[in-house]
Design a binder for this molecule. Structure first.
Ligand code: SF4
Length: 210
């Protein structure tokens, strides 16, 4: 296939760059502990310096897969599907998500919101980043806001972002993993002062699962 032909299939959402896909437990946020099939798409240009999946950034390193075939593989395992990345909204998710819905799945997405929405999504985890702010349209649609706390300034950024989501959106603070010993005591104090927030912990890392 030529590069031009690949670009057309990507644009149409028929093919997607898949870094990995696996069946595990959701480790973070409101659905913690739930069995879920993760589809991690390659590609992200948001550039968080503390990113723990930098291998995802270059989409050219990840094989293009047929969107309907990934959906069929995922739906054989369970009906909760998590689209993550990288930044999954870099891609046209229409075909992948409509096939997942046809197969009876509930589709979750974990996104920075830096790209326009596509696809049929049931649960949006919005995790805004300073280096690539969300598109305005996504704030009102987010079901949970997950703010990563790397340093003290991130509490202010978290509050600014929380002011933009709907009142039904659940607010989470989650320490960047390498800063957890330093930041969880501060997160705890912050939540005691601001009880509209909740703490999210990367439980999958404690369970040694993907
Ligand atoms: Fe990494 Fe996510 Fe930031 Fe992209 S948005 S650089 S995948 S943490």
């Amino acid at each position: 296939m030529t590069k031009e032909e690949e670009d057309i299939l990507l644009k149409e959402g028929k093919m997607l760059p898949v870094m990995e896909h696996f069946y595990t437990l959701q480790g973070e946020g409101a659905h913690t502990g739930k069995a879920a099939y993760f589809i991690r798409l390659g590609g992200c240009d948001v550039g968080c310096h503390w990113c723990d999946v930098k291998e995802s950034w270059d989409p050219n390193l990840h094989p293009l897969m047929n969107a309907e075939e990934i959906a069929e593989t995922a739906a054989k395992h369970c009906k909760t599907i998590v689209l993550t990345g990288g930044e999954p909204l870099m891609w046209n998710l229409d075909i992948l998500t409509s096939k997942l819905k046809e197969l009876g799945c509930i589709v979750h997405i974990e996104t920075s919101g830096a790209y326009p929405m596509s696809g049929q999504i049931d649960w949006i985890t919005l995790s805004p980043k300073k280096t690539g702010l969300p598109k305005e349209e996504i704030y009102a649609k987010a079901h949970e806001l997950k703010m990563i706390i790397f340093n003290n300034n991130d509490f202010k950024f978290a509050q600014e972002q929380a002011a933009k989501v709907s009142e039904n959106c659940t607010l989470y603070l989650q320490s960047e993993w390498s800063k957890r010993d330093e930041m969880y005591p501060k997160i705890t104090d912050f939540i005691l002062e601001n009880p509209e927030w909740r703490a999210s912990v990367q439980t999958h890392k404690y369970l040694n699962i993907p």
